[in-house]
Ligand binder design. Structure first.
Ligand SMILES: Cc1cc2nc3c(=O)[nH]c(=O)nc-3n(C[C@H](O)[C@H](O)[C@H](O)COP(=O)(O)O)c2cc1C
Length: 494
């Protein structure tokens, strides 16, 4: 059975020795973030539950997804590529022929129908409902992470919006800077679906002549603390048009239970810990930041729209989930690795020549990606890189390196060997100017706009204009290998 809530996940972590309870009093102002970062940098340290938070009754849970082991517990999966395979399977399903074929399909169809969300009337998230002046953000133990941060930021809220035309649910992790008890700035970057939904709504309203101040505001629910598959789904760059609640069901192989919000027309997981309901107002823009970010730099202030709170609903004794970012490698790096593994089958669906794919965490994911391909025709590496620059959030990748399938993309020694022995910069570098860049890229000459590089580090063929007779070293012949292995002890090497 998949884990149904954040507290079930915390229990599972504790049972497996992957959670420490801190009983000492801690301050959400800088102290908690410093502890969480130290634990992550030390590697192999457990997740942490701060039970005694200065000035608050709600405990803080952090670093929950900060190791491979914890992600395996969270998603109940050892091979994360199975998540992507389940989506690919859905798109490749052949219609059965004949009665026997149809009968054989029944178990599969019932499994798939199980992935969809279930709509129920009530759930633990409604145990406490605070509206009007009782809805107050200051009850939450929100962290200030670095001294230079502009304030306190909610960092692991899953922001739910509905596509204004298709009504498909989206969920993204966008940080929120608290301004006062009922207002926070919503940092959804321009390329992300929350920002896109708001733009579509604005366009729709102005076309229909409905423009009035309230019509331009988009309803939003921010989930703080959910079952781990839903946490992962909010970060995952799922294909356009796919409902994130459905994706969450695919990840956990069982649909999640949803309840209606109290003050906005949205649904949230019935077992969520805390939900902030409200609306984001495009006419109320405020400067967000600076914020110590996952690039290892402060992201400077930029204008973003404000979230206005209408209701807080939560469980009895809720847990506040948080994460901290900073110079890699921290918790988000581990989540990113699972995204890399689980989305490889989807990349391969569009580019079947792709053998493997790596986004090194030190390069904060959008900085660099390495792809290995089985090359069949001249120039194919460039085709793959151009194709990936057109795929969802991969469009924000600054540098692509493409190597042959004999190179292990996860071994930087092999990758550097290939780049330096198989690349002629003039021939093999592709520079794209004035292209979209990650909003957080500290080296981008303009916000959201800069250049990209694609490096074709595959072996060059005659058809690609390389005519020198250069031979790669083969491994020593089998006979010599066997001979040396046999005499290894005799040489005195044990
Ligand atoms: C810890 C963490 C914090 C994040 N903060 C932000 C943020 O403030 N703004 C943003 O646009 N994306 C942020 N992201 C990345 C998005 O959650 C991610 O790109 C997601 O796929 C957004 O999806 P969407 O565009 O499908 O909604 C964050 C990711 C993580 C793991």
């Amino acid at each position: 059975m998949p884990l149904e809530s954040l507290r079930d996940f915390a229990d599972a972590l504790e049972q497996k020795g992957q959670l420490t309870r801190v009983k000492a009093s801690v301050d959400p102002e800088l102290e908690v973030a410093e502890i969480m970062r130290r634990l992550m940098y030390a590697k192999d340290k457990p997740a942490v539950l701060f039970e005694n938070v200065k000035g608050y009754t709600i405990p803080i849970l952090g670093n929950t997804l900060g190791s491979d082991e914890r992600l395996r517990i969270a998603l109940e999966e050892d091979d994360f590529s199975q998540i992507g395979n389940r989506i690919v399977d859905l798109t490749r399903m052949k219609m059965p022929t004949g009665v026997f074929g149809k009968l054989k399909m029944l178990p599969k169809l019932s499994e798939i129908s199980d992935y969809g969300p279930k709509h129920i009337d009530n759930g633990p998230v409604k145990e406490i409902v605070l509206t009007e002046e009782k809805a107050d953000l200051s009850i939450l133990p929100v962290l200030r992470s670095f001294k230079g941060d502009a304030g306190k930021f909610i960092t692991f809220g899953l922001t739910v919006t509905k596509h204004p035309e298709t009504e498909v649910n989206n969920m993204g992790v966008y940080r929120m800077q608290i301004l006062n008890t009922r207002k926070a700035i919503m940092h959804w970057q321009i390329h992300k679906r929350g920002a896109q939904h708001l733009e579509i709504l604005k366009d729709k309203r102005s076309k229909s002549g409905e423009e009035g101040s309230r019509d331009r505001q988009i309803p939003v629910a921010v989930i703080i603390g959910a079952d781990p598959a839903t946490l992962f789904s909010a970060v995952a760059p799922v294909p356009e048009g796919m409902d994130k609640y459905l994706f969450s069901g695919i990840v956990r192989k069982k649909g999640i239970k949803l309840v209606k919000c109290n003050t906005v027309d949205l649904e949230v997981p019935a077992t969520a810990e805390i939900v902030l309901e409200g609306y984001v107002d495009p006419d109320d823009m405020q400067m967000e930041g600076p914020f110590g970010d996952h690039t290892g730099y402060y992201t400077p202030p930029e204008p973003y729209p404000c979230f206005n709170l209408t209701c807080i609903s939560m469980r009895k004794n809720p847990i506040y989930l948080t994460t901290v970012v900073g110079k890699p490698i921290l918790e988000d790096a581990y989540i990113g690795k699972v995204i890399e593994r689980s989305f490889l089958p989807l990349i391969q669906m569009f580019h079947p020549e792709v053998v493997d794919f790596s986004m090194p965490p030190a390069a904060w994911f959008q900085g660099l990606a390495i792809i290995s391909i089985k090359k069949r025709y001249p120039g194919q590496a460039k085709k793959v890189m151009m194709g990936l620059w057109g795929m969802g959030q991969l469009s924000l990748t600054k540098m692509f390196v493409t190597v042959d399938h004999d190179i292990n993309v996860h071994d930087m020694d092999e990758v550097l060997w290939a780049v330096t022995t198989r690349t002629d910069p003039k021939r093999d570098l592709m520079i794209i100017e004035n292209a979209p860049t990650d909003t957080l890229d500290p080296s981008s000459p303009l916000l959201n706009l800069g250049s990209k590089v694609g490096i074709d580090a595959t072996t060059k063929w005659h058809q690609e204009g390389f005519n020198r007779d250069i031979q790669v070293l083969a491994t020593v012949d089998e006979e010599t290998q066997a001979h040396v292995t046999m005499k290894w002890g005799e040489y005195g090497f044990g």
